[in-house]
Design a binder for this molecule. Structure first.
Ligand code: ASP
Ligand code: MG
Length: 472
């Protein structure tokens, strides 16, 4: 596999794999095949080959088990904690055996050492009878440390020159254990220093997501589900050409496939669009986790490790020219609409404007607030809406409440330049009552409120019109 043409002066490709993508030996072999595919792609392109950096999560379910283990020994249930360690031992040694049956494998000794450490930690905490956040982080960190060891072994078994990096040496954080904040300047200072020499000598460098350390070298974690964030931090610090987030879906879809079976992958969105999508219910990634990459104009691509041939969705820096028009539709059910008009038509104190501002004062999210003439419309989440807010609004406004509204949210690019983007969804809703239409707050978004009882039908109709009908 050795390839002298790796050039660390070119930007690396950073590939992040989630827990399900490394759940067992078969999954890890798929990761190896994916990286091999990216290396082959790089070889076929002109110029020197980019280094590959893989950031991994713990094997699926392992972080939960480690935290359970921590609680067990902290809460005077050391036997349960030790039983969990035994399960973890069996699972990880089993994966290593699957990957490479050679019993003298150097990885096996490292793995045993690490598992013995966890066991000693359990006994130590049980003896003290106290579990601190700092120790909780130490427990949790073993998930990624174990999986990265295994993944390195998987690469080596396939003939790759693979290096294992310890993310704690360069993902430097503050000491807010359990939810530590990365210190980007320090990460920038260290990442190249630690990772460049490894990239120069190896086909692939494997590092851990989720974990880091304080400036004094104490292990921290950056919050549950932090693997994507780590991928973005590492990619940003190394100046990656691209960060790939490999997960179990093929990217951002035109609609929720459980409701719209013909939904398809959106090839490209901008970061702001991804953010608005997430706000209105899309769940693929949390856009804020990729902010470090966005800040440095690095594209982030969502890919499916079960369907590696799928091109995925590219999340591009804002301002990147991408096709205009609607890209996807999300739907939020369980919304309440309030129609507002002044109680006293001669009330000169702008009661409807003031009513709209009451939402924030009461901590109730306002998904959409419209004001036209002296009347208004507010859309909020039914579960957050409450009688105290209603009473406050009713003191100056006449209110009609409709608790069964769903919001269709069309997101895309340059919607204001594409009149059809605004007219087509409405045309598709022929026969369904429209409770509200809102567009123009940004070029990325248009909202339509419909009765909840017809929400699925409305979503299907708009999707059909926008994405399934052949247009000329
Ligand atoms: N292993 C960590 C967790 O389960 C981080 C991650 O997978 O993103 O929360
Ligand atoms: Mg996980």
């Amino acid at each position: 596999m050795s390839d002298p043409s790796i050039d660390i002066s070119t930007s690396p490709l950073v590939l992040k794999f989630g827990g399900t993508s490394v759940r067992d030996a078969g999954a890890m072999r798929r990761v190896v095949a994916i990286v091999a595919g990216e290396i082959a792609l790089g070889r076929s392109a002109p110029g020197p080959r980019a280094p590959m950096v893989v950031v991994t999560s713990a094997c699926a379910g392992v972080t939960d088990m480690l935290l359970e283990c921590a609680r067990g020994c902290g809460g005077e249930r050391p036997e349960e904690a030790l039983a969990l360690v035994a399960t973890l031992r069996e699972r990880h040694l089993g994966i290593l055996h699957d990957l490479d049956p050679d019993d003298d494998h150097e990885g096996r000794a490292d793995l045993r050492t690490m598992l013995d450490e966890i066991e000693r930690l359990v006994r130590g905490v049980a003896m003290l009878g106290e579990l601190t956040p700092r120790t909780t982080d130490l427990f949790a960190s073993y998930g990624e440390r174990l999986s990265s060891l295994l993944l390195t072994a998987a690469f080596r078994a396939a003939g790759f020159r693979a290096a294992l990096a310890d993310s704690r040496e360069f993902i430097i954080t503050d000491d807010t254990f359990i939810r530590a904040a990365p210190l980007m300047a320090e990460i920038d200072r260290r990442a190249h220093r630690m990772v460049d020499p490894l990239m120069a000598e190896h086909d692939v460098v494997v590092a851990q997501g989720f974990i880091g350390s304080t400036i004094d070298g104490i292990t921290t974690t950056i919050g549950r589900g932090g693997g994507d964030y780590s991928g973005a931090l590492i990619g940003a610090a190394l100046g990656a050409r691209e960060i790939q987030i490999w997960t179990d879906v093929s990217g951002i879809l035109t609609a929720d496939p459980r409701l719209v079976p013909n939904a398809r992958v959106v090839p490209e969105v901008t970061f702001t669009e991804a953010r608005e999508l997430a706000y209105f219910g899309a769940k693929v990634i949390h856009p804020d986790t990729i902010l470090p990459a966005v800040a440095r104009n690095i594209p982030v691509v969502i890919r499916n490790s079960m369907a590696p041939a799928d091109p995925g969705t590219r999340i591009m820096p804002d301002g990147t020219p991408i096709p205009s028009g609607i890209h996807s539709i999300t739907m939020k059910k369980g919304m309440t609409a309030l129609k507002l008009s002044p109680r006293d038509p001669r009330d000169g104190s702008a009661p409807v404007e003031r009513a709209l501002s009451l939402f924030a004062e009461h901590g109730v999210p306002l998904y959409c607030g419209l004001l036209a003439e002296s009347r208004g419309l507010a859309i909020t989440q039914s579960s957050a809406f409450n009688d105290i807010l209603l009473a406050a609004v009713e003191s100056t406004c006449r209110v009609t409440v409709d608790e069964e509204i769903a919001l269709l949210c069309m997101t895309g690019a340059a919607l204001h330049d594409v009149p059809a983007a605004l007219s087509e969804p409405l045309a598709a809703l022929d026969g369904i009552t429209v409770a509200l239409v809102a567009a123009g707050t940004s070029e990325h978004i248009m909202l339509i409120g419909v009765p909840e009882s017809r929400a699925n039908e409305a979503l299907s109709a708009v999707h059909r019109r926008l994405f399934e009908e052949v247009t000329v």
